[in-house]
Design a protein around this ligand. Structure first.
Ligand code: WT7
Length: 630
């Protein structure tokens, strides 16, 4: 573990001067079936990146068998949605039993190494258990956030031709009960690859079970034992697929492989949170996102940490829930998203005033840029001016944290993610692809050297991986973010430079939302852009051309419902503007920068609009906007 600023400097220099040696040394902390000799081969043009190629291992052996002296330590504390329901705690040895039992149920139902398994579960212990069960037997998990619609779920099931779907009979979320199994049933109408649906009982809701296809987990688990030897995986075998949105087309399956991901998840967890044995750590993300994968499940468990898995929401039963949970378990490291901070801030100090929170040592932020006001509120009210804030920048594709302060080692600066972790070589490029070497500049954030948990491909479409990440700037991994570097070399992330909107820390592609909106039968065409939103960071603004109609139609509700149906509630537009046309170039491309300006209430400095096919449409759109805002 890095312990001081000097130590960081030494690590960083070593990791850049001799990356192979640096990561080879770190790899010795792990349990290999075959220790790797070949540390790294790579080329960013293809891309073809291999870490520890000739090594073999199983990530779950590195959680359970490697840390055998920790076997009676608590691994997971599960806190239910409803505070009056008792929690559950698993020691490492109890968790190991559960994982092996689950793995045996999968095996019994024909799941083999390499098979894809979709996990569509609420935040219950089985979410983590089933991920680890897949890893134990070499099956590839793909967790789908349980807020996605049937349509989004079936796209993902089909894209990876999943053999099994793991779900539950329901989801308690705040005051609601959500029928997740019903969503799976709906999704499977469009999928024929799935042989079985394994259903975990959670709510006791009355659900349909399809004979021959649907199985209850509690029944299946009685038929197997709890001994399951770990499948031997090569380092570059697939560990999981996680779907994420981009600027074009449907979500793509980001692929992470076994060894590199494992190393980097543990490395970043222990350094960024400065975790010591006995600490209690809590990350509030959902396992459906990469944050949940790396920093609820894999990173903490590889480190032997005590990690909280929280089923609920920040505002149930009221806006003091987070603070109550922190006090209840004396949480030492707390990791959440700016959108949650802003939302809780908006409820007022009365919900946090009576909380003690003195157990906290480190507090973290992830998912979107944290604005200064939210940073200060977090610092004053949660950290009590006494906890470093780790503003961690990273992505689904990077697998782990890339740029972040290290608590008490690298000084924090509000809104800055600060410095790269060892092994990470960020650069800023101008639009022509030249590296900008000086400080106090802005540019396109790229990474010029591979790190162990860089994505390897996008599932089933390697070309798309090349096009999206490795073609814009030849020889670099392009993050899609813009960044600024200050006089001390600190990085501040400015947000996406592509057509991706970051709503409450969730990545949503404009094309995806437009495709959904266009499925509404009243709509002819649409364009969506992001606009500043007080709580969500960015909101979604839809410019819509509609068919003529005799009827009185509530377009706002109707369009939101369509998006809800095809993607899920997180992608519902916050604002809709009916327009007579869209600003298009001669080649038919929508000039989104104009729409972005209008959506943020700015009507000048549109730049050059002479290439527009229909320049006068701009004034018409503005005039409709002004009518709407009145
Ligand atoms: C995008 C990645 C990484 C887990 C959660 C989101 C934005 C992420 C920060 C931060 C500013 C951030 C970027 C990035 N982002 N963390 N600390 N400061 N922006 O994962 O869905 O893959 O989204 O989130 O724009 O590209 P994701």
């Amino acid at each position: 573990m890095i312990e001081s600023r000097e130590d960081y400097n030494k690590h960083y220099k070593h990791s850049v001067d001799n990356p192979r040696k640096y990561w080879q040394e770190y790899s010795k902390n792990f349990m290999w079936k075959n220790s790797p000799e070949k540390i790294l081969s790579w080329n960013f043009n293809d891309p073809d990146i291999k870490w520890f190629e000739d090594g073999t291992l199983n990530i779950t052996e590195n959680i359970f068998e490697r840390n055998i002296k920790n076997k009676d330590d608590t691994a997971i504390i599960w806190e239910a949605n409803n505070p009056s329901e008792s929690n559950k705690e698993y020691t490492y040895s109890e968790l190991f039993d559960e994982v092996c039992t689950f793995a045996n149920v999968l095996k019994k139902n024909g799941v083999e190494k390499g098979d894809r398994v979709i996990i569509y579960l609420p935040m219950i212990p089985e979410a983590a258990i089933s991920m680890l069960a897949c890893a134990r037997i070499g099956a590839v998990h793909s967790v789908v956030f349980a807020g996605f619609s049937a349509n989004s779920l079936s796209d993902r099931i089909n894209d990876c031709s999943a053999k099994v779907v793991i779900t539950s009979d329901g989801n308690f979320r705040g005051s609601k009960v959500i029928n997740v199994k019903g969503v799976v049933d709906e999704a499977l109408k469009n999928s024929d690859c799935v042989k079985n649906v394994l259903t975990v009982m959670r709510t006791g809701s009355d659900i349909d079970m399809v004979k021959g296809r649907d199985l209850w987990y509690h029944e299946e688990s009685k038929l197997v034992d709890n001994i399951c030897t770990a499948e031997e995986m090569t380092s570059e075998d697939l560990l999981f697929i996680l779907y994420t949105s981009g600027s074009t087309g449907k979500p793509k399956g980001v692929v992470h492989t076994c060894a590199g991901y494992m190393l980097y998840a543990q490395f970043t967890f222990e350094n960024v949170f400065q975790y010591s044995r006995g600490d209690t750590y809590w990350c509030t993300a959902d396992v459906g996102w990469i944050t949940g994968h790396s920093y609820i499940v894999y990173g903490p468990l590889l480190t032997g940490a005590k990690t909280i898995l929280f089923e609920g929401v920040p505002t149930y039963p009221d806006a003091s829930r987070f603070w109550k949970v922190i006090d209840k378990y004396k949480v030492n490291q707390f990791y959440t998203a700016p959108t949650a901070i802003r939302a809780l801030q908006s409820y007022g100090e009365k919900f946090i005033r009576d909380s003690d929170l003195s157990s906290l040592k480190v507090i973290g932020s992830v998912g979107e840029p944290i604005n200064e006001e939210a940073w200060n509120w977090y610092n004053d009210n949660v950290g009590k001016n006494n906890c470093p804030i780790v503003d961690t920048w990273w992505q689904t594709e990077t697998g782990g944290i890339m740029i972040s302060p290290l608590p008490n080692i690298i000084d924090c600066k509000p809104t800055y993610a600060t410095l790269p972790l060892p092994g990470i070589q960020p650069v800023l490029l101008d639009n022509q692809g030249n590296e900008i070497l000086e400080n106090n500049v802005e540019g396109n954030l790229c990474i010029k050297y591979p790190w162990p948990s860089i994505l390897r491909t996008t599932y089933g479409d390697h070309n798309r991986c090349r096009e999206t990440y490795f073609s814009t700037f030849k020889g670099y991994y392009f993050t899609g973010d813009g960044a600024r570097r200050d006089e001390n070399g600190y990085y501040r992330i400015l947000g996406r430079v592509d057509d991706v909107i970051n709503v409450s820390g969730h990545r949503i592609g404009t094309a995806e939302v437009e495709d959904a909106i266009n499925l509404n039968k009243e709509v002819i065409e649409s364009a969506v852009v992001g606009f500043p939103h007080e709580i969500k960071g960015q909101g979604i603004f839809g410019f819509i051309i509609i068919k003529e109609s005799e009827k009185e139609i509530d377009y706002f509700s109707s369009i939101r419902e369509t998006v809800n149906k095809y993607i899920g509630p997180i992608a519902k537009p916050d604002q809709i503007l009916i327009v007579p046309g869209l600003p298009k170039t001669r080649s038919g491309k929508i000039m989104r920068r104009i729409l972005r300006k209008i959506a943020s209430n700015q009507f000048d400095n549109f730049g050059d609009i002479s290439t527009l096919l229909n320049p006068d449409i701009v004034e018409k759109i503005i005039s409709n906007y002004k009518k709407l805002s009145k």
